[in-house]
Each structure stands twice: as C-alpha cells, then as structure tokens.
Design a protein around this ligand. Structure first.
Ligand code: BGC
Length: 251
C-alpha cells in the first residue's frame, strides 16, 4: 500500500463517515463508508461505532494500518473535547484523542470537523491560493466554521454559535433547521442571508466557502444570497472533513 494514503473519519451529529484518501490528489480511493451516529452521542457509543467503521475500512486495504485522522464536532484543544453542541455533553473536558487511540489501538490526528474541512479546501480546494480572509462554514446538523487568513488556519472559531436576534445561529440556519421546520429553499435562504450578512459585517472576509452535505445543492440557495463577499461551494462538498482529517494524519 502506498504511503501517501491515509484514512479520514468525520464524526458528525448525524453520521460517522470515513474513507481512504490519496493525499497526493485529495481523491477518495475507497467508497465512503458511513454509520449513523448513535442516539444521544455518548462517548462509549461513538467510540464503539467508530471502531466498527474503522474495521470495515481497514479490511478494504488488506489490514494495512494506514495513518488515521479523525475530526469531531467540538472545540478540540490538546486532544480534549471542550464543547458538545450536537453530541452528548459527556464529551466536555474528555481526553478524546487518547480515548480514540485506546479504543482503536493506534495513533490518530484529532481536530475539529470544520477545521478539517477548512484544511482540505486550503490544500485541495476552494481556499487554495486565496489571499486574505477565507471563512468556510459547514451547514449540517450544526454550523461549523474555519477561519483561514493568508493560508493559515485559526482553529476552533465556532461561528455557528454567534448569537443573532437572540438565537444560537445554528439553531436557525443550519441545514438541520431547514429539515426540522420543513422550510423551502427560499425561506432557508432568508435565514442564511441573516447569518452570512452578520458574519460578513463582523469579519469583512474575502471569500465564503460553504460545505456540508447540502452544498451539493448549492445552486438552490447560494444564488439567492446578496453579499458583497463572493460565496462558493466547497470543492469537496461533504467529503472535505474526511479529506482534511486524513491529510493532517500524515503531518
Ligand atoms: C459545533 C462545532 C462544529 C459544528 C459542525 C457545532 O455545533 O460547536 O464544533 O464544528 O457544529 O459540526
């Protein structure tokens, strides 16, 4: 097995996805495997589900223990998960990196999910070679963010939790809010307009990148937004987290 391959696993509030990545090209070299995030998102359950997913992926590469990167929907500092918005609050303060390493029996690189997506877009996608401030947001169960200035990622930005009109922004504008409230694209775009206008005012970015599963339908909502800042879909759509986590595993 070539050494420029690594496994990326993206743990989300709804699903846990993983694949083997070719780090030279940023392409997936296996199918993208997925299991549901266990109800309640408790540590022991997520660890077990991740172990099951990794076993499946390992089998696909003949048991070779490729470098492994895992990204997670929380603030991550020194391997600890310091927040938990869409997983169990039991994660707060846990040495999560160590727990994954013990459960999986190998070293991992561990990072916030949106930061992993930002890293992927920086290395292989829409943020590559862009000067100034790029803000990547992922629209999924929550809203994740990655701040990149002149090619350097500032970790743990958490712009999904800005308070706008008295609400936690992601509770109104994440893709899960659209689904929960059965919104039309137009209605959801109004929520996104409020959100992105606010972020634009605070940061004056040079580029917005939109990731998350719904970014494959970008033509349904991005053209409805009126912003001074260009806004584009993530080149790697919902695979950006997997890709970024895998790429960082070899660093
Ligand atoms: C979490 C972030 C995460 C985002 C996307 C938010 O609720 O606080 O850490 O990046 O969801 O999963």
């Amino acid at each position: 097995m070539a050494t420029d391959q690594a496994i990326g696993i993206d743990i989300g509030g709804t699903g846990i996805k993983g694949a083997v990545i070719d780090l030279a090209t940023g392409e997936l070299v296996t199918h993208r495997f997925k299991v549901g995030t266990p109800e309640g998102g408790k540590p022991a359950d997520i660890l077990r589900a991740t172990e099951g997913l990794l076993t499946t992926i390992d089998e696909r590469v003949g048991g070779a223990k490729l470098p492994l990167g895992i990204c997670f929907p929380a603030v991550v500092k020194q391997g600890r998960t310091l927040s938990a918005a869409n997983v169990s609050k039991e994660w707060i303060g846990l040495p999560a990196e160590e727990l994954f390493e013990e459960t999986l029996g190998r070293e991992i690189h561990f990072i916030n999910d949106a930061d992993a997506a930002g890293h992927a877009e920086l290395r292989y996608g829409a943020a590559a070679g862009v000067d100034g401030l790029v803000i990547l947001t992922t629209l999924g169960t929550g809203i994740g963010s990655a701040l990149i200035y002149d090619g350097v990622l500032v970790p743990n930005s958490e712009l999904g939790h800005l308070e706008i009109d008295g609400h936690d922004a992601e509770s109104r504008a994440a893709y899960s809010a659209m689904e929960r409230e059965s919104m039309s694209w137009e209605k959801w775009a109004k929520r996104l307009q409020t959100y992105y206008s606010h972020v634009e005012f605070i940061f004056s970015p040079d580029l917005f990148i939109v990731g998350g599963g719904v970014s494959k339908h970008h033509e349904q909502f991005l053209p409805l937004l009126k912003l001074a800042t260009p806004i584009v879909p993530a080149v790697h759509r919902n695979n950006a987290g997997i890709l970024g986590a895998a790429a960082l595993a070899l660093h």
